[in-house]
Design a protein around this ligand. Structure first.
Ligand SMILES: Cc1ncc(COP(=O)(O)O)c(C=O)c1O
Length: 179
């Protein structure tokens, strides 16, 4: 596996050793491996891998880790048919790895994550009203929300998908079939 940032596996112990030589006394481990992943197994594998590395570094250098950070990566459903991330299963299996680590090492490092998308993504909606229509080559509608200020993601990331639900005059999702 190749990566632009971070350390290669064989560089990890020398990096901590060098940090200790330069006076570091508190230790943690950061990672950033996956993005928008809805399969919880990959996140559990990340936890497992980081705990293995911490275990190895701890044994070799006789240090304790205050925390490890699995970073971002927990995905959210963008399309109605997308499955959701199984948080209870992730927590259950992660606890097994943490317990195993604690049994061997006598302590558990704190687990941090940076899953902002998972927290904020599914909990907001942009409501816009159609203000004008144009029929040329295809049907265009203008709305009272601007791409760059209200919903820049699809314009910035070509692959980004944002689902649009059209409401009928009663405010309910329009389930009428397309003509
Ligand atoms: C360091 C770091 N943390 C967190 C994230 C957020 O990841 P995501 O939104 O894919 O969960 C990223 C995304 O690139 C990142 O680089």
């Amino acid at each position: 596996m190749e990566a632009k940032y971070g350390l290669r596996y064989d560089q990890v112990i020398p990096a901590y050793r060098e940090a200790m030589k330069r006076g570091a006394r508190r230790f943690g481990l950061h990672s950033m491996i996956i993005s928008n992943e809805r399969n919880y197994h990959y996140m559990v594998e990340t936890v497992h891998m980081l705990l293995d590395i911490i275990d190895e570094v701890s044994q070799e250098l006789k240090i304790k880790f205050e925390f490890f950070n699995i970073s971002g990566g927990i995905g959210i459903p963008y399309r109605p048919e997308d499955t959701i991330f199984d948080m209870p299963a992730f927590v259950r299996e992660t606890k097994i790895h943490l317990r195993r680590f604690a049994q061997k090492n006598g302590y558990t490092p704190r687990l941090f994550m940076e899953c902002g998308r998972f927290i904020t993504g599914p909990h907001g909606v942009l409501v816009a009203t159609v203000t004008n229509r144009m029929s040329k080559y295809r049907e265009y509608v203008g709305v009272d929300a601007a791409t760059m200020s209200a919903n820049p993601r699809p314009a910035i990331y070509e692959s980004a998908y944002h689902h649009i639900t059209i409401l009928n005059p009663n405010g309910q999702p329009n389930t009428a079939k397309k003509k």
